[in-house]
Design a protein around this ligand. Structure first.
Ligand SMILES: O=CC(=O)O
Length: 423
C-alpha cells in the first residue's frame, strides 16, 4: 500500500458535503446537488481533508474555459465510466453523482484487456469525461493503463479517480501529459495501513513469527520459545524507527510511534517537510537513505513504487547489525533475494512484509523463514471496511469536484499537467 511520499498531510478541514464550486474563470458543467453529511466522514476526521494545493485549470476541448460561449458540447451531460464493482457503502453520493452525470458501468466481460481496448477503439462508451474506480478489488481487469491503452482514451477524459493508495497500474505521467488528472485513494487507506504497520513493527521487535509458530508446535517448542524469545525481544521505547516516506501513512506512523511507544522517529523523503510539520510529528529528517538506514533499528517503507528498488544488496549493507525491515508499500521496492540473504546471514534480525515483488506469490526463501524471523501477510494492510467506504466516497468526490469545475481533492500527477502547459 503505497502513497505519494511527498504528499503533505492536508489540513483537517473535512470534505464539504458538496463539491467546491467552479471559479468564475472555469466552465460550469452540471453541479451535483447538495449531499447530506455522510456518517463515515465523521468517524475518521483526520484522514479525510480537502486538498488545499493549487491546481492548474485543465483545458479541455469539451469544456471550454469560457462559460459565456456556451455551445452544445459545453452543456452536454458529462459521462462517467464506472469500472468495477457497484458502490456498496455510499449510495447517497452515488445517487448525487448519477443525477448530475451519465454513468456507464461496463460489465465484467467488457473489462478484460482485449475487450476493453476494443471497446475504446469502437468508442463504445462515447466521449466519457471521467473514469471512476471506487473499489480496488475490481476495475483493474484490463491491466495497466499504459501507452497502448492511454492512446485509445477519448480526448474528453479529464479525471481518473481510483481506489488504492498505490497507482502503479497507471502511467500517471502519460495521463497527465494528456491532460488527465489521476486521483488516488491514499487518504482513505492511510489509517488502516498505519495501524497494520504498527503490528508489523512490533512483530519485528518481539520475535512474533517465532512466538506464533512455536505456540502451535507442541509443548517442547512452546517451552523453548518461552525461554528463547526473551533475548531476541526488545521494548520499543527509545528504539529508532526510520520512515522511508513521510506522506499520509508515514505521518500517521510517526505520531503513533512517538506518542504511544516513545520511539525516536527519523524520516527520509525526496523533499524535506516544513519545520512546523516535523515539529508537530516529532520527527527528524535524514538527508539520505543511507543516513536513515544506518541510524535506524527498524526501517519502514511507506513510499510509492516509483522510488525504485530501494532495498538491495548495497543498502542492506547499511543496516546496523540486527536491523529490521518492514514493507507496507510495494514489493518492487525490495530485492527479496538480497533480503533473504541478509536475513539468513543474520545481518538483519527480522523483516515483516505485507507486500511482495511477485504477488500473489511469496519469495520461497523468505517463506522458509516465516516460522522464525519473517512475518509475511497477504497485502492486507489497507484492507478494512473503513478504507473501502473511504475509497468509494473519495473517488466519487474527486470526479464530482473535477467535473464540477473545481479542484481535485487527491491529485497525484499535477506536475505532469503543468509540464504540458495546462496551468
Ligand atoms: O496497496 C494498496 C493500495 O494501493 O491502496
Amino acid at each position: 500500500m503505497a502513497e505519494p511520499a511527498n504528499t503533505p498531510m492536508p489540513p483537517s478541514t473535512p470534505i464539504s458535503a458538496t463539491p467546491r464550486s467552479a471559479s468564475p474563470a472555469q466552465s460550469a458543467p452540471p453541479q451535483p446537488g447538495p449531499l447530506p453529511p455522510i456518517p463515515a466522514f465523521t468517524t475518521s476526521s483526520s484522514s479525510f481533508s480537502s486538498y488545499s494545493g493549487t491546481v492548474p485549470s485543465i483545458r479541455h476541448p469539451h469544456h471550454s474555459a469560457s462559460s459565456s460561449t456556451s455551445s452544445t458540447t459545453d452543456t452536454r451531460k458529462p459521462v462517467v465510466l464506472h469500472i468495477g464493482d457497484p458502490i456498496q457503502y455510499n449510495p447517497q453520493t452515488y445517487a448525487a453523482l448519477s443525477a448530475s452525470f451519465t454513468v456507464i458501468r461496463p460489465p465484467a466481460a467488457e473489462r478484460s484487456r482485449p475487450q476493453f481496448l476494443q471497446a475504446l477503439r469502437e468508442r463504445r462508451w462515447g466521449d466519457f469525461d471521467a473514469v471512476l474506480r471506487p473499489f480496488w478489488g475490481t476495475g483493474g481487469e484490463m491491466g495497466r493503463w499504459d501507452a497502448e491503452l492511454v492512446e485509445l482514451l477519448p480526448a474528453s477524459l479529464r479525471v481518473f479517480a481510483s481506489a488504492g493508495a498505490g497507482f502503479d497500474w497507471a502511467d500517471v505521467e502519460l495521463l497527465g501529459e494528456r491532460g488527465i488528472v489521476y486521483c488516488n485513494g491514499g487518504l482513505a487507506a492511510a489509517e488502516a495501513v498505519a495501524d497494520f504497520a504498527v503490528a508489523l513493527v512490533i512483530g519485528t521487535f518481539r520475535a512474533l513469527p517465532y512466538c506464533l509458530s512455536s505456540a502451535t508446535g507442541g509443548p517442547q517448542k512452546f517451552e523453548k520459545c518461552h525461554d528463547d524469545a526473551t533475548p531476541r525481544s526488545r521494548n520499543l521505547r527509545s528504539q529508532t524507527l526510520g520512515l522511508v516516506g513521510l506522506g499520509n501513512i508515514g505521518q500517521q506512523l510517526a505520531l503513533k510511534f512517538t506518542l504511544a511507544f516513545g520511539m525516536t522517529v527519523l524520516y527520509y523523503d525526496i523533499e524535506r517537510k516544513p519545520a512546523a510539520l516535523e515539529g508537530k510529528l516529532g520527527v527528524r529528517f535524514c538527508a539520505s537513505l543511507e543516513a536513515l538506514i544506518r541510524s535506524s533499528d527498524c526501517v519502514v517503507l511507506c513510499t510509492p513504487s516509483g522510488a525504485g528498488q530501494l532495498i538491495n544488496a548495497q543498502s542492506l549493507a547499511w543496516f546496523p547489525p540486527g536491523g529490521r525491515l518492514v514493507n507496507v508499500a510495494r514489493g518492487s521496492l525490495v530485492d527479496e533475494e538480497a533480503l533473504a540473504s541478509a536475513l539468513e546471514a543474520g545481518k538483519l534480525s527480522a523483516a515483516a512484509l505485507d507486500v511482495h515483488a511477485d504477488e500473489p506469490r511469496v519469495n520461497p526463501r523468505l517463506a522458509a523463514l516465516a516460522d522464525d524471523r519473517v512475518m509475511l501477510t497477504c497485502h492486507n494492510a489497507g484492507g478494512t471496511v473503513e478504507t473501502h467506504v473511504g475509497f468509494e466516497e473519495l473517488a466519487m468526490r474527486n470526479v464530482m469536484a473535477v467535473l464540477g469545475g473545481g479542484a481535485p481533492i487527491t491529485p497525484i500527477n499535477l506536475q505532469y499537467l503543468k509540464k504540458k502547459g495546462g496551468a
